[in-house]
Design a protein around this ligand. Structure first.
Ligand code: ADP
Length: 579
């Protein structure tokens, strides 16, 4: 502060930081305090911003990234420097991978101690740069509101992503005396408006219309970019008018309800194989969509791709037709260019065979889920069917995590609203569950929604201590741990014991019947250990009714699976010519 000063301290750098966040519309900050950011968190709370304090920065950063996805504005994570930043990098990387807006704010050593081996010293701007769209240390405290605005704008505009702002300790502690300058610095920087909407090129819209009108087997793929873009109204209209079947990606579920008659999620493999013209809306041709290649896709398929990021177009499939722009606007352009009519060339056999396949597969899932008696040992299918039959249809936000638990669970739990399902996402990131659950419950509030996290035992172990965070923050999460004693598959207790003695315990094995429910009880939440349908139903009803205001963990023991070979649907290799 260089201008004329009075002697009274009217605020600190921490207040300037908190007020800058408030100016950007921030309602909640996720993080862990410590030197030198305690004052920042305290100033946030004094400014009316909620602070949710975690037990590990990794989960705090995951929570902030999920909050950014759900709210459409950057989630904010506050950490100490050095190790705090390194832990939070997991969430920064996760945001980059998923294209979600996030701001990481971290304390750093005093500016006159740089390179001296200061407390928790790290070149944090450089450490975060590879995963951030913008990574900066303000040159002075006066510059901070401006840098903050730039970070918010950069995180939101174009393809969303992560940004980093470094907060040196001497900036945080700076005693501000110049009232006029303090207020003018804050007043001069306005809240970043929603991203300006851009349209696709009219000539490419024309080409897309031509392709779609010629399609016999058209398919719309709805990705999480569509959910993020809040384009549900526009996409529903497009589907209803054109009568094109659609397939949501795991987090695209709910943009158009899974109950819609044109949803072919239950006939995914058939739809991919048969589609001739595919409209991708906010989804990338990465591993989740098998790179757009045979054998999962038809050799002659043509893709039309709506995406905000021009550089995404052509990734893995070069002759993709680009519709670069904002999904809301581009889908509206396309719907009107298609003249609000059903596509003229859709094959009725294609449609009816897809619908038949959906019916058959739904029936198959139902039969698998109804097997066994009330007291039989559970498996994924019977556990999920029991849960699905009891959970209310509305007001549930699903979190899915763990390999089998997430993959198999996706087919059992229908989603009918956008942004009501989160999972391991583009990074297949294990350990996101607790952070996501806390971020989601903080976003949706306590009144009408309950976050239900259905997670594998291994995945839950990454961040189980965040149960204490949830209890302390009064978040009534319902965590259902599907426990098979291992990563992918575990062992029966007797086999575990004998393997342990012989020294040939598989690397995937975890201790049988670990009492995750008791961790919840130890933290002040509720916990149940259940082993069959009857016990699971009883515990679930109690968690939903009597214990609806509490953090709950239901530890569901299922058949462990044993030493099976690993196989997942996405693992199929592309067809490659050998040299
Ligand atoms: P999924 O995992 O569901 O397939 P991806 O994360 O791979 O989805 O793809 C989401 C895509 O959505 C990204 O390529 C991103 O650039 C794009 N996207 C995000 N927001 C918008 C928007 N408002 N308009 C257009 N595209 C968007």
């Amino acid at each position: 502060m260089s201008q004329k000063q009075s002697t009274d301290v009217i605020a600190s750098g921490a207040n300037l930081i908190a007020r800058s966040l408030k100016n950007q519309g921030v309602k909640v900050v996720f993080g862990i305090v410590g030197i030198p950011v305690v004052e920042v968190a305290e100033a946030c709370v004094s400014s009316g911003i909620q602070f949710i304090g975690f037990r590990n920065e990794q989960s705090a950063a995951y929570a902030a990234s999920a909050y950014g996805y759900l709210s459409g504005r950057p989630g904010v994570c506050l950490t100490v420097g050095g190790p705090g930043v390194i832990h939070a990098l997991a969430g920064v990387f996760n945001s980059k991978l998923n294209c979600w807006p996030l701001i990481l704010l971290s304390g750093s050593s005093e500016t006159d101690q740089v390179d001296k081996g200061a407390f928790q010293e790290l070149d944090q701007v450089e450490a975060t740069r590879p995963y951030c769209k913008y990574s900066a240390r303000p040159a002075s405290l006066e510059q901070l509101p401006l840098v903050m605005e730039k970070a918010f704008r950069t995180a939101m505009y174009g393809r969303p992503g992560a940004c980093y702002v470094d907060l040196p300790a001497d900036f945080i502690q700076y005693p501000i005396r110049n009232k006029q300058l303090y207020h003018s610095l804050l007043d001069d920087v306005k809240q970043v408006p929603d991203a300006p909407q851009s349209l696709a090129s009219p000539s490419n819209i024309e080409k897309a219309v031509k392709l779609l009108k010629s399609a016999k087997n058209p398919l719309i793929v709805i990705g999480k970019g569509a959910a993020y873009a809040r384009a549900e109204t526009e996409i529903r209209k497009l589907i209803d008018e054109t009568q094109v079947p659609f397939l949501p990606t795991p987090m695209g579920k709910g943009v158009v309800s899974d109950h819609h008659p044109l949803c072919v999620a239950a006939a995914r493999s058939k739809a991919l194989k048969e589609a001739d013209i595919v409209l991708l809306i906010g989804a990338r041709l990465n591993w989740i969509l098998h790179y757009g290649h045979p054998p999962r896709w038809n050799k002659h398929v043509r893709f039309i791709q709506i995406d905000i990021a021009a550089e995404e177009i052509g990734n893995n499939v070069q002759d993709t037709l680009p519709l670069v722009g904002d999904i809301q606007s581009v889908v509206t352009q396309l719907t009107s260019a298609l003249e609000h009519q059903p596509l003229p060339s859709i094959s009725s056999t294609y449609l009816s065979s897809l619908k038949n396949k959906v019916k058959q597969n739904v029936e198959k899932l139902k039969l698998m889920g109804e097997k066994g008696t009330d007291t039989s040992v559970l498996n994924y299918q019977t556990a999920f069917t029991t849960i699905k039959n009891i959970l209310p249809e509305d007001g549930i936000v699903y979190i899915g995590e763990g390999a089998n638990t997430m993959d198999i669970g996706r087919s059992y739990f229908d989603v009918s609203q956008p942004r009501h399902r989160l999972d391991a996402g583009t990074g297949a990131t294990m350990g996101v569950g607790m952070g996501y659950a806390i971020g989601a419950q903080a976003y949706y509030g306590l009144d009408n929604k309950r976050v239900v996290s259905i997670v594998g035992d291994s995945a839950f172990g990454f961040s189980a201590m965040e149960l204490e965070t949830a209890v302390r923050s009064n978040l009534p999460l319902l965590i259902i741990v599907i426990n098979n004693n291992g990563i992918y598959h575990g062992l029966e207790p007797s086999e575990y014991e004998s393997s342990l003695k012989k020294g040939d315990l598989p690397t995937t094995a975890l201790t049988p019947e670990t009492r995750y429910d008791m961790i919840s009880e130890a933290c002040g939440g509720k916990g149940w250990l259940v082993k069959n349908k009857a016990e699971l139903s009883k515990a679930l009803r109690e968690a939903l009714i009597q214990e609806k205001d509490k953090t709950c963990v239901i530890n569901v023991m299922i058949a462990p699976g044993g030493r099976q070979t690993l196989k997942f649907n996405w693992m199929q290799k592309s067809e490659k010519a050998k040299l």
